[in-house]
Design a binder for this molecule. Structure first.
Ligand code: SF4
Length: 134
């Protein structure tokens, strides 16, 4: 089983209520068993929602409590929802026995580059192989 960022499958779960379909990932999903997730929605944030970014470190630092996730527009702290979403994704990965994850790049939740997101970090800490797609 592979955990996959929902937006890569064409689910309109991004902050701007749009998706980011990736044909390679969609083709993979047709031949594999995948678990679509959107950590930010699972954490309780609405769609659409204001974009946010990591401040003071990466997703690992957020999980340790030494960095935050804040809204770009007004600096409001949304760390709690990002961490909750990461926890829910870990729960689903355990439930479905996912050993791999394909996550959306450049996201404060899902990304690996240029900075590891909160959910990506939580899954890596679970020894899940995390790959990213754009
Ligand atoms: S990148 Fe992750 S958090 Fe953002 S919309 Fe896609 S699945 Fe949701």
């Amino acid at each position: 089983m592979i955990l996959v960022s929902g937006c890569l499958l064409g689910i309109s779960c991004r902050y701007d209520a749009r998706s980011k379909p990736n044909q390679e990932v969609i083709s993979l999903a047709k031949g594999s068993r995948v678990v679509p997730v959107c950590p930010e929605q699972l954490g309780g944030l609405s769609t659409p929602r204001p974009p946010a970014h990591l401040v003071g470190g990466d997703g690992f630092d957020v999980l340790e409590g030494s960095a935050r996730v804040v809204r770009l527009e007004d600096g409001g702290d949304v760390t709690e929802w990002f961490v909750q979403g990461a926890r829910e994704c870990v729960k689903l990965a355990r439930l479905f026995g996912c050993s791999q994850a394909i996550l959306k790049s450049k996201s404060p939740s899902c990304g690996l580059q240029p900075i590891v997101g909160v959910t990506a970090a939580a899954l890596i800490l679970e020894d899940i192989q995390v790959m990213e797609a754009g």
